[in-house]
Design a protein around this ligand. Sequence first.
Ligand code: FE2
Length: 224
Amino acid sequence: MISGDLAERGEVLVYRQLKARLADFPIETHLMLGNHDDRGHFLSVFPEGPRDEAGFVQSAILRDGALFLLLDTLKGPPSSAGLYCTQRKAWLKGELARARGRPVYLFMHHPPFSIAHDLMDLILLDDAEDFLSLLGGHGVRHVFFGHAHRPISGQFRGMSFSAPPSLVHQLPLVSGSVATIYSDEPAMYAVVHADPDKVLVHMDAYLNRSPAQMDPDAERGTWF
Ligand SMILES: [Fe+2]
């Protein structure tokens, strides 16, 4: 799942480049939209891309007894916040009704609650309570979101959630701790084990991995 902000300014050229890069990518990939995306430009390059009946980039994947719902929270410029409008809600209501007790995993770009970050909290999902009211009683096991440019996990009203950092720049936890708004911190992707009794999220700082600078005796000690 690539959780949105596929391009910086929704450029057609970037979507073409992404499509070319994914052509021989060995892992099944599902694309989602974020506030930096342009739905029309995206669909012009990915005409076969996931779309609900109203034309939003939303899809449902039923696999291994679980329902994975990929939401389109793109509001559009000039706002960087997210929006989940009446049409999108209608789709989500229908999909949740079809879950019939199966565990549901939600994927969305914008977090639907405060993440206690002074900048990001300005551009969350609009009308989040309205959105959250749709979820009650539907067995949502985990909410995956992007947008935060920080590794975050926790629990919100009984739903666990997680977000990986960005693959490019990050947002420092403490604003002002660097001279720029964004910071260079390790990029990570997440590997998720969604099992019947457990949701496990590994974050992998794959660009910053190198041999440990430690004494071999310490490394191989029988501390366990
Ligand atoms: Fe974003």
